[in-house]
Design a protein around this ligand. Structure first.
Ligand SMILES: [Zn+2]
Length: 360
């Protein structure tokens, strides 16, 4: 099969790799119908993190189950499934508490011999705990499937940020980050009943999506100017702040615009190890809560609202590529000409899960 493979900064290649096969009785094999490139994939693309050359890329995937291990109970051949960005057993104490990202048997896509999301197929370990089945009535509705794809990561991550920031009915919220996560955060804040949603964005196309998703105000300033603007338009700061980038500048802004007693939710990957302004947090009793989003826990409730037409995150997917277009997709996201890229592997016959021939 074809899959996307990392070789180094700005060097992602689509190559022939071994076809997936069942290895453990709890595995399934999924033919991938939809995948995506994540903003967090840019950390390795830009050389800020350094995976092993040869690592398969991608952690956001949906597809059709082709083969089922003998101990799998809840997933059957032909099911359409959504996979979140971590593999989890669904049964340990952390999973039962909803913190799937701390699963005692957690695995990652593309690591330790696992297949990854940006390919034609994948072996899914711990299938019962990892996968969520899409209701059969969705069928092959491509518009709806595109709307469901962000549940693999960005929609659940934006929602987690809103939950961690304590957003509720009537809240005033500020969202820092106009990438796919920040925009999905707008959708999530509105869904939770926020009355005023201030989005930080200095890209008109992204701000337009933000407004369509429910943002009531757009702040185009950055840094100190942004803090001054927020202080001028609010009564001493914002009670619920959502940090959706992970950089030093955005953590600083998030903490500096929070109202005394307020809460900062954070979900941006802190890849550059930012320092946190504890003095301001101490002096103004600002809480901070967040981290890697346990999106597996949120997929059922968010999927129900997408299928009911209450929310639609599809507009964050602004570019679609096939397998050979994956390097172009990375480049477009790197240059910010695409907000988020959807990958539609080429239509083809059922994969041969028996041959295991590697083209590497
Ligand atoms: Zn677990």
């Amino acid at each position: 099969m074809l899959a996307s493979v990392y070789y180094g900064p700005h060097d992602v290649r689509v190559e022939n790799v071994a076809d997936p096969q069942i290895q453990e009785p709890t595995d399934v094999v999924v033919k991938i119908t939809h995948a995506a490139i994540c903003g967090s994939d840019l950390w390795f693309y830009r050389g800020i993190t350094r995976p092993e050359p040869g690592t398969h890329t991608g952690h956001e995937l949906m597809g059709i189950v082709e083969e089922v291990g003998r101990e799998v109970r809840s997933i059957k051949k032909g099911d359409r499934v959504i996979a979140p960005f971590f593999i989890s057993d669904g049964t340990c104490d952390f999973c039962r508490a909803g913190l799937y990202t701390s699963c005692r048997h957690r695995q990652s896509w593309g690591i330790g011999g696992n297949d990854a999301g940006q390919g034609e197929a994948a072996r899914v370990p711990l299938a019962d705990g990892t996968l969520v089945v899409v209701p059969a009535e969705v069928g092959d509705d491509q518009q709806l499937l595109k709307s469901l794809l962000p549940l693999t990561d960005v929609m659940g991550t934006g929602h987690h940020c809103a939950v961690c920031a304590g957003v509720k009915e009537g809240s005033t919220v500020a969202i820092i980050g106009d990438g796919a996560v920040g925009l999905c955060g707008v959708l999530a804040a509105r869904r939770l009943g926020a009355a005023r949603i201030i989005l930080f964005s200095h890209h008109e196309d992204r701000a337009a999506i933000g407004r369509a998703f429910g943002a009531t105000d757009i702040v185009t300033e950055q840094g100190e100017e942004a803090v001054n603007k927020i202080m001028a338009m609010s009564d001493g700061g914002i009670p619920h702040v959502m940090e959706c980038v992970g950089s030093q500048a955005t953590f600083d802004t998030a903490i500096n615009i929070a109202r005394p007693g307020g809460t900062v939710g954070f979900v941006g990957v802190p890849a550059e190890q930012p320092t946190i302004g504890l003095s301001r947090m101490f002096g103004s009793n600002i809480a901070m809560r967040g981290g890697v989003a346990p999106v597996r826990a949120y997929i059922p409730e968010l999927m129900a609202d997408i299928l009911a037409g209450k929310i639609d995150p599809a507009p964050v997917l602004t570019m679609t590529v096939n397998m050979s277009g994956i390097p172009d997709g990375y480049s477009a996201m790197d240059r910010r000409t695409a907000i988020k890229v959807m990958v539609r592997p080429l239509q083809r016959a059922a994969i041969n899960t028996k041959s295991g021939q590697s083209g590497k």
